[in-house]
Design a protein around this ligand. Structure first.
Ligand SMILES: Nc1ncnc2c1ncn2[C@@H]1O[C@H](COP(=O)(O)OP(=O)(O)OP(=O)(O)O)[C@@H](O)[C@H]1O
Length: 293
């Protein structure tokens, strides 16, 4: 029997400071989070608060300015095949079929496996995401939703320790998004890969996650609160939506986002013309034509 790692990911007082022309900008400050093996967590917060920044640090694609990041008991530095990433747009190589795009990573990571095993692995994941009949098509022959299915299959096929998803369904219509949420849950049910996902969608966060991590507004964003989602798995969207707890959770998340939007500083720039400029502007106003004109 395998023993689950009680701490698959530990983010300990993580900071991200960018050097900007105006000086250092602290985007994320003292960000603490622990994920258990097999846990599905989502990051939610206002646009620009630093969700993708946290995800990119975990992916090893953005350097950690301060703090520790431990993945499966080891310090994680730089990117690696132990972390699979799915972006909003799947970035497939256009001259390769869906199958070849998935095989690209599989060949790199499982180079000791036989060609037959590698092909079977790619075919298995492409069929689970519903692309059995389209796996030999080129990206230009696939819809946006199908391309994202390839992106999801590609990430799972590498069997990473962690899956990182940056608004993977953000560009899809709501029907396709619901379908792909189900696809993602089915793959996750079979593999139980520890997952951290960025989303703006409160319903998506509740439907998919074990815990929703609410981030404060940036700059200097940190974890404000964490909401545990109590619904049993496997989850059924209809049953969840009929559960009174769903509306309580939804209310809490929406209230959190709304409350924070009230304390956000106004971004409206100040514009006070000098008296001379005001006179100049007034002189340029074209009078509204009257009936007599
Ligand atoms: N290379 C960089 N240099 C300076 N600032 C940056 C850099 N990259 C991102 N930022 C800033 O970091 C902040 C957080 O950006 P990030 O993309 O992480 O936010 P987010 O919460 O994911 O936003 P959204 O929900 O809109 O995608 C933003 O203010 C952004 O301008």
């Amino acid at each position: 029997m395998s023993v689950l790692n009680p701490k698959m990911l530990e983010l300990d007082r993580l900071w991200k400071i960018y050097d900007t022309p105006k000086g250092p900008a602290t985007i994320v400050k003292n960000f603490n989070l622990k994920l258990k093996e097999g846990e599905f967590a989502t990051l939610i917060g206002h646009s620009g608060c630093g969700k993708s920044t946290v995800l990119m640090m975990v992916a090893g694609l953005s350097e950690v300015s301060q703090g520790n990041m431990i993945l499966a008991g080891k310090e994680a530095v730089g990117p690696g095949p132990d972390r699979g990433i799915v972006f909003q747009s799947p970035c497939l190589l256009p001259w390769m079929t869906a199958f070849e795009n998935v095989m690209l990573g599989v060949n790199q990571v499982y180079f000791t496996a036989s060609m037959m095993e590698r092909r079977q692995m790619a075919e298995y994941y492409l069929s689970i995401v519903g692309l059995s009949d389209a796996m030999h098509k080129y990206p230009s022959e696939l819809s946006q939703g199908m391309r994202q299915r390839v992106g999801i299959a590609r990430a799972f096929a590498l069997q990473p320790k962690m899956l990182l998803l940056d608004e993977p369904f953000g560009m899809l219509d709501s029907l396709t998004r619901y379908e792909l949420q189900e696809v993602l849950l089915e793959l996750w049910r079979r593999n139980r890969i520890t997952t951290l996902m960025v989303t703006h969608d409160v319903d998506e966060a509740i439907f998919l996650s074990d815990r929703v991590v609410m981030m404060t507004d940036g700059p200097e964003a940190e974890v404000e609160d964490i909401l545990s989602i109590p619904f049993e798995r496997p989850r059924n969207r209809k049953e969840i939506m009929e559960d009174p707890r769903y509306y309580e959770l939804r209310e809490r998340l929406i209230t959190f986002l709304n409350d924070r939007s009230h304390i956000r500083p106004s971004r409206e720039p100040e514009f006070k013309p000098s008296p001379d400029m005001a006179a100049e502007m007034a002189a340029h106003v074209i009078p509204f034509p009257t009936a007599a004109a």
